[in-house]
Ligand binder design. Structure first.
Ligand SMILES: [Zn+2]
Length: 150
């Protein structure tokens, strides 16, 4: 899709593989994914060109359901990707990106934590409420404004 982000990387899903679910995006989602990949290129460049890993990009309805994603998840429309830095902490990545969301074309940034996992959810779509553009979600525990250390 772009120099550092392939369609394969943005549609890969271990859950889809395990459950034998088709995770091929429809044309509209494909176009959204291209814009997501372009946003990720800007993010990568902003972080000094260091590699970032996409842990979850596009998720078809069935795949999204299987992973317990939100029913209105931006992953289903190809407008979001969960990423982690190849080296370093997701928290530091979220902190470095948060002040620059407009310039980077990030509609919403969510620093997420579940158990010992930490990742950054980046969407090209702005949430309905501007206050939700940069938030922290500790799965099962709470949602907080801004990027909070958890
Ligand atoms: Zn996500």
């Amino acid at each position: 899709m772009t120099p550092h982000f392939s369609l394969a990387e943005l549609t890969a899903s271990s859950t889809a593989k395990r459950l034998k679910l088709d995770n091929t995006p429809m044309p509209a989602a494909l176009e959204n994914l291209r814009q997501t990949a372009e946003m990720l290129e800007r993010v990568r460049a902003h972080l000094g060109g260091k590699p970032i890993i996409v842990t979850s990009g596009y998720r078809g309805r069935e795949v999204n359901q299987a992973v317990g994603g939100a029913t209105s998840s931006d992953h289903m429309s190809g407008q979001a990707a969960d990423v982690v830095p190849a080296v370093g902490a997701a928290y530091d990545m979220a902190k470095a990106l948060a002040p620059h969301i407009d310039a980077l074309g990030i509609g919403q940034l969510i620093y997420e934590a579940s158990g010992n996992s930490r990742w950054v959810h980046l969407s090209t779509r702005k949430p309905a409420k501007p206050v939700n553009r940069v938030i922290t979600i500790h799965v099962g525990k709470g949602t907080y404004l801004g990027v909070q250390k958890i």
